[in-house]
Design a protein around this ligand. Structure first.
Ligand SMILES: [Ca+2]
Ligand SMILES: [Ca+2]
Ligand SMILES: [Ca+2]
Length: 370
């Protein structure tokens, strides 16, 4: 295994993941800014065999986010990440103190250690956290690739990792904070390292276009618009739709491709549940997901590929430029797709996390100043 979740944080919504409390998505960032005792978070899980979000069950996970503490707690410390087991029990959490230092706590919420690096309120840092399993197990926290905190004898609980929440999941010191996140990744085999993400959206109708209504302009928005615009299938099994997508150069993707997540957002078209598959077309070969039901509410379906399933080798930017994604109808009942897109993660993206971004500038989708 490898990448088990990625979230660009730039689409304008939660990209299918669970959120709670004070959280918003704009300007290419995930913003968690609860006041005083308030909380807020985005929870990252993985995508099951039919693309729905579900807990993982990994003995060790490596979670990464680019993190900027725009407002630190005025006193004490507040959580910025919590790792949960498969039964929603505590494993490990990370706080930032009023001085900008990271502090790690074990499954009993007991302080393990406080770091010495002071995080600046105007800088994005690549924060990575390894969390193992066991009453005496390994954890490590890295800032921009350098070890900040670690132990091989931490009490991280005996139940495997289930999910993580970035943000302030629990109130600790009753302090207002303003935390910014982007480019969230979780891996179950290795440190994610640096990685920028960009989103490519439909820009034309592709190879397949046997639908009842709609075209690529109805599925090209980032924050999905529900029933305002959508593609509706016919009730014929095997009828399909694929869209062409923006090219890598359009969104500043270059170099080594680490992963590609393809997502569609589906519901039924009518009173009866339908059944659909997500289709991806690369090098004139179709890769279809397992079939899943479309129901009365829109649901995200996502699949991650670190390699191109057509070649079993790393993605090339040329292959991504020629990629098509869409859906296959697999039922006598019709279904709707309101949006589809792919999130592409590359190694560098031209982004140096040590850059200080001036207050009047913002970072674009791949970390280029916009
Ligand atoms: Ca549109
Ligand atoms: Ca293209
Ligand atoms: Ca739409």
């Amino acid at each position: 295994m490898a990448r088990i979740a990625i979230c660009a944080g730039t689409l304008g919504d939660s990209e299918g993941f669970t959120t709670a409390g004070t959280i918003s998505f704009s300007g290419g960032e995930v913003r968690v800014n609860p006041t005083t005792t308030g909380t807020g978070y985005i929870g990252l899980q993985t995508y099951g065999s039919t693309g729905g979000v579900t807990n993982w069950a990994a003995a060790t996970i490596y979670a990464r986010a680019y993190f900027k503490p725009a407002t630190l707690p005025a006193s004490g410390s507040e959580e910025i990440l919590r790792v949960y087991d498969t039964a929603s029990g505590n494993k490990l959490h990370l706080r930032v103190t009023s001085a900008g230092n990271l502090a790690a706590y074990d499954s009993a919420n007991t302080l393990l250690a406080t770091g010495t690096t002071a995080l600046n309120t105007s800088t994005f840092y690549c924060i990575e956290v390894q969390c193992g399993t066991g009453a005496s197990a390994s954890y490590e926290v890295r800032i921009n690739g350098a070890t900040e905190l670690s132990s091989s004898t931490a009490n991280l609980g005996t139940t495997n990792n289930g999910f993580v929440r970035w943000g302030k999941p629990t109130n600790r010191s009753s302090q207002s904070v303003d935390f910014r996140y982007k480019w969230l990744a979780v891996d179950d085999a290795a440190w994610p390292g640096t990685g920028a993400m960009a989103v490519i959206v439909p820009n034309g109708n592709g190879t397949y276009n046997t639908v009842a209504s709609g075209n690529y302009t109805d599925v090209d928005e980032t924050a999905n618009d529900g029933d305002t615009s959508y593609i509706a299938t016919t009730g014929t099994v095997g009828n399909a739709y694929t869209a062409t997508l923006q090219n890598c150069a359009d969104v500043s993707i270059s170099g080594t491709i680490l992963s590609l997540r393809r997502t569609g957002i589906f519901k039924r078209d009518g009173a009866s549940n339908g059944q659909v598959k997500v289709r991806m077309r690369s090098n004139s070969t179709d890769t279809d997901s397992a079939a899943f039901s479309s129901t009365s509410a829109y649901a995200f379906r996502s699949f991650i590929n670190e390699t191109n399933p057509n070649t079993a080798a790393a993605w090339t930017t040329g292959e991504i430029d020629a990629l098509e994604i869409g859906m296959v109808n697999d039922s006598a009942n019709a279904s709707r797709m309101t949006a589809t897109f792919a999130i592409v993660e590359d190694r560098a993206g031209g982004f140096n996390p040590s850059w200080v971004v001036a207050a009047n500038l913002t970072l674009g989708a791949s970390g280029v100043l916009a």
